[in-house]
Ligand binder design. Sequence first.
Ligand code: ZN
Length: 436
Amino acid sequence: MGNDGNPKLCSHDDLPIWAQDNDFILRGYRTPGGTSDELQARLAGSTSASTSTSTSTANGASNGARQRAGNGKEEADGSVLTTKLFEHDSVYKCWRSVWDYVHNETVNIHTHFWGVQVALVAIVLHTAEVLGWLPEQLRFVTHNPLFYPAAIVPPTPAIVSKDSWRSWLPVGRGAAAQSPSLPPSFNALVSLPVLRPSLMGPLHTIASQRPNDWKDVAGFAIFLIAAVVCLGFSSFFHTVACHSRDFAHRCNKLDYIGIVVMIVGSFLPALHYGFYCHPRLQAMYAFMITSLGSGAMYTVMSRRYSTPAYRPIRTSVFLALGLSAIVPVAHICAMYGFEAISRTMGVHWLIASGAMYVVGACTYMLRIPERFSPGTFDYFGASHQIFHWFILAAAFAHYVCIRRAYAFWHTAEAASGPLGGGAQAVCLALEALRAS
Ligand SMILES: [Zn+2]
């Protein structure tokens, strides 16, 4: 009934307690391996699963496999259970389950597995670009208009030629407008014609005049490697979650570690571009997030805090880590205004990214939609799967945000470079905007 014709699957009620998690998902579970005691007994040469389970019980070891959910009573029909027990007792069998048949973790595994592949491709493309090896045919991916802020594109490459920079000066706006010796103002930078695909060539020409420095490279490397770690650990955890109680428990920690790495890895490049003109604020917020991240990592790794009694503390640490993003985002919006920041670093993508994490996490915690129709979303459409899709979308939105910030600074610095002094000029223009 619970296996839909696949002997490798079972229903929620067939699961040992350690493998039970969501009461609203009724079918499609991979029949799990046992506890480590059971597995060791089996490896030691027990002739049957039922022998090993009774051995571990006789030793007084915790034996969730023989207990039903909720009431905790002993498994009555041991023969039924033991034919299922140990089906996925090796990492290899868990791995085969990813490719050979559909079960209720299939979508969870594949969403993040393919997310890892996309992040790896992005790492290769970024590396090729930094090294100057990127083929022309792939530029439509790496230089997609999505990655460029809409309104900072000079109409032609001629705009950056010597002397023509004065035409960027706005009329009668702020201190920058008063003297031609001042750099092009921010207002001029952002009020140029809206991006059109035909202008992408000139934009890249201009942006590439300002080469990547180590901070650009480190920022994207940190974000993309964090994405690989987070999605990779998650995908691995879901693959082996049916292996055995102890192994699943350890890999669940890996899953948490991946989340911490992803949050910190997303923060750092966004801080770099967001507070580009304010190194002290960059350092302060970087210190804040790495401290919080270290605290969260300690909480996740520590044996003491892994007990159910500390669940509220664990939850609070993750919540604090995620919500701490609100502080620097609010700070930078207060400094320059939302409009300016959405143009310089695509902050609306950053906010969309945060909102998707929150909506995804709420869907996951509330078990929507399966709680309204238990059994309907066993294989497809369950809350955990929705959560995974939201994580992918949020990571992509975050990537767009930092790409836009990168494009803004490179274009603006290159464009103001010959006379305006690069980053310093743009920072002055931004400060003029704040003062106006
Ligand atoms: Zn997951």
